[in-house]
Every structure is written in structure tokens, then in C-alpha cells.
Write a protein that binds this ligand. Structure first.
Ligand code: PLP
Length: 389
């Protein structure tokens, strides 16, 4: 079937965090919400059909997880990424952030250190600090709008780290790591005896002919150092259903992780997440193949618009994710002033760049997963606000 991503769906009053938490996040309802990473698109029809059928059953008691659930996820990874996962090393988790949090707690010592590459998804800082661990920042280096890794700094920080959190592909810079880069990171981790956790939640959202590489698929030796967090929630816009998958390097780490959640009795899918994930991984591909070019055109629209009408704001089409990184430094504002400007003058609800890289000044993140007409309105508002300065 053909999907219509231009359709504008009113999500307000629907308990969507993106819309209904605007007041809490921005102090006003009067912003176009382009912040938290979910999409303003309906998901794939096979998922909707499967959930409707499940809802019609009218009984949603305690839910068992059948073998075929993990098989659907394995099948997806094998088809799309050529990664054959050992099913005995797979676990369920409520979400990727919960996985990160638990791994920081369970696999680093009290007072230990976690290496992250900044700017990065803000929960990498937050979950590390939540358990009293120290954040070691390997900052990306920017030159003419291109961000790259500082390898010497990476290795120096790795030598002090107990865990490396990798964002693969990278939010918010939209980097798709090459197999060579990933191999180099992994080999350094092995040399320094530092396990890595690869957050691959955005791995289905890849553009420009690039290809995602699961770190754990590089070699059996590397797989023994890598915990991988995957999920269908970004790919298919199912974040509210809360289910993700973890693949462990060995049975012991899986046991430690599972035991932790068993202690809180958090180990079952909710009935609807089970149904949705199976439908997504077994029947969602057609929808995804139509979504990706739409998102790519959205990126191009924003890039072209800024170039033509708002040259003070520089951006680029990311190779991965649906999140765009806006360089607003030419506006000459402090982070606080930029935050206020976007809310009160442009009337846009964006994420502050400094939440992803605490030492950065003048960046914002824009979620481009919405109908084109929403982005058109947003860009016109931004243009007018900048013109009014
Ligand atoms: C890199 C990354 N990891 C994890 C998450 C959230 O994962 P979950 O909703 O499964 O906790 C996000 C959401 O934006 C993300 O960008």
C-alpha cells in the first residue's frame, strides 16, 4: 500500500509527550514541537491491524513472550544488517535508556567512569551521573560543519574508563560509522579491557546510500566485548509501547542484567508491545522503505531553506536518524538567549544543543519527522524571527 506522510494528524490532547508536555518543557503551548524523538506519522498498517485485533480480544492479562518474538527481531537483523544473533544471549528491556542505566550500574564499579562522545544523546550523561559515575567526554571536533572523532583523546580517556557508551549511528550528529572506524574503536576497547555498549536504536534510519554496521557483527572476538541495545520503537514510531532488546557478549552478563530486572519484577512485555514488535519486524518493511525517502526529502527541504533564506543558521542532511543539528552560532547568542529566542520569537520547540554537549554554545536540534507542511511553517517562523533581530 501507499502511505501518505503528508497527512497532518492532530496529536494534541492525545497524551503525546511531544505535544502535551510543551507547557512543562517550554513554558508555553504556543510552539511547533520539533523536539523529543518520535514521529508525527502513523505507523505501518500491519502494526495497526495487529494491535486492533489484539484490542478486540478484550483480555490483556499477564503476557508470555513466545520464541517467535526474538525470532522476529533476529530475522530483521539478519535480513537488514547481515547480523546473526545468538538467541540465547538476547534479553528484553523496557527501553534503551533503561538498558543503559542498568548497564552503567551493573557493569561499572561505584565511583567508576564512563566514556561518551559528545555532543551525544543527553541520557548518556544523565544515566551515568544518576549512578554517581564520572562522565569522561571524548569531544567531537568540528571543522567547516564536519564533525569528526579525536582518536588520540579517545584512547587517552578510554585508558581511564570502565565502560564506553557508543551511539551507533550517532544522535545528534547523524553519523553512520564505517566498519573500519567501529573496528578501530572496538580494538582499542579490547586493548584497554573496556566493554562497550553500542546504542543502535537509530540503526534502521539510514540515508544517502550508507549502511549500518552492528559492532557486534564485526567479528566473534569483538562481539565478546559488546553489549548491543536495539529497538523497533524509533524505526516504527512505537516509543509509547516501551519494549527494546539487548544482545549480550556472554551468558554471565545476560544473567546479571536479567537478575537485576527480576528483582524489580520488570521482565514482561506489555501485551500490546509484544504484538506490535512482531508485526513490525515481520511486516513493517514496506512502510519503512517509503518513510526513508520522505525523511530524506524533509532534510533537503530544511537545508535548502536555511541556505536560501536563513544563512545565519547552518545545517546539513544527516546520514542517520531524523534529527537535524542546527549551527546557530552566527546569531551570536548565549545558550539561554538562543533557547528563549526559539521559544518566544520563532515559536519552535527544539532541543538545546548544550544538553547534548555541555560545553557547546549556539546549537539546537530539530526533529524533522513530521509532515512537510509542518516543517514549512516552522521554517517560515524561524526566518521571520531571524529577520526581526
Ligand atoms: C540514541 C538514543 N538512545 C535511546 C533513546 C531512547 O530509547 P528508549 O525510548 O528505548 O528508552 C533515544 C531517543 O531519542 C536515542 O536517541
Amino acid at each position: 500500500m501507499r502511505y501518505d506522510f503528508d497527512q497532518v494528524i492532530d496529536r494534541s490532547g492525545n497524551c503525546s509527550a511531544k505535544y502535551d508536555e510543551r507547557k512543562k518543557k517550554f513554558g508555553t503551548e504556543d510552539v511547533i514541537p520539533l523536539w523529543i524523538a518520535d514521529m508525527d506519522f502513523k505507523t505501518a498498517q500491519p502494526i495497526i491491524d495487529a494491535l486492533k485485533a489484539r484490542a478486540e480480544e478484550g483480555i490483556w492479562g499477564y503476557t508470555a513472550r513466545p520464541e517467535r518474538y526474538f525470532q522476529a527481531i533476529r530475522g530483521w537483523q539478519a535480513r537488514r544488517n547481515g547480523w546473526t544473533i545468538d538467541q540465547s544471549l538476547m534479553s528484553w528491556s523496557l527501553g534503551v535508556v533503561q538498558t543503559i542505566s542498568a548497564c552503567v550500574k551493573l557493569f561499572t564499579p561505584e565511583g567508576g567512569s564512563v566514556l561518551i562522545q559528545t555532543p551525544v544523546y543527553s541520557e548518556f550523561y544523565d544515566m551515568t551521573e544518576a549512578w554517581g559515575r564520572k562522565v569522561l567526554e571524548n569531544q567531537f571536533v568540528e571543522e567547516d560543519g564536519k564533525w569528526s572523532m579525536d582518536w588520540a583523546d579517545f584512547e587517552a580517556k578510554l585508558a581511564q574508563a570502565d565502560l564506553f557508551l557508543l551511539c551507533n549511528p550517532h544522535n545528534p550528529l547523524g553519523i553512520v560509522w564505517t566498519p573500519e572506524e567501529l573496528r578501530r574503536m572496538a580494538e582499542l576497547c579490547m586493548a584497554h579491557h573496556v566493554p562497550m555498549l553500542s546504542d543502535e536504536i537509530h540503526s534502521d534510519l539510514i540515508f544517502h546510500g550508507k549502511k549500518h554496521t552492528p559492532v557486534a557483527a564485526l567479528s566473534p572476538e569483538i562481539a565478546r566485548y559488546v553489549i548491543t541495545a536495539i529497538s523497533g520503537t524509533k524505526t516504527f514510531n512505537l516509543a509509547g509501547l516501551q519494549a527494546s532488546t539487548v544482545v549480550f557478549p556472554n551468558a554471565h552478563m545476560k544473567e546479571v542484567f536479567d537478575h537485576y530486572w527480576q528483582c524489580m519484577d520488570i521482565h514482561r512485555n506489555n501485551a500490546f508491545s509484544l504484538t506490535a514488535m512482531e508485526a513490525a519486524f515481520d511486516h513493517g518493511e514496506e512502510w519503512l522503505e517509503q518513510l526513508l525517502p520522505y525523511l530524506s526529502d524533509n532534510f533537503d527541504f530544511v537545508v535548502d531553506y536555511c541556505r536560501a533564506h536563513i544563512p545565519q543558521i547552518k545545517t546539513y542532511a544527516p546520514d542517520a536518524t531524523y534529527l537535524m543539528w542546527l549551527d546557530c552560532r552566527a546569531l551570536g547568542m548565549s545558550n539561554e538567549a538562543l533557547h528563549d529566542f526559539m521559544i518566544h520569537k520563532a515559536k519552535l520547540g527544539l532541543n538545546d544543543g548544550c544538553s547534548f554537549g555541555r560545553s557547546l554554545n549556539g546549537f539546537m536540534r530539530l526533529n524533522a519527522a513530521c509532515p512537510r507542511s509542518t516543517l514549512e511553517r516552522a521554517m517560515r517562523q524561524l526566518e521571520a524571527a531571524v529577520a526581526g533581530l
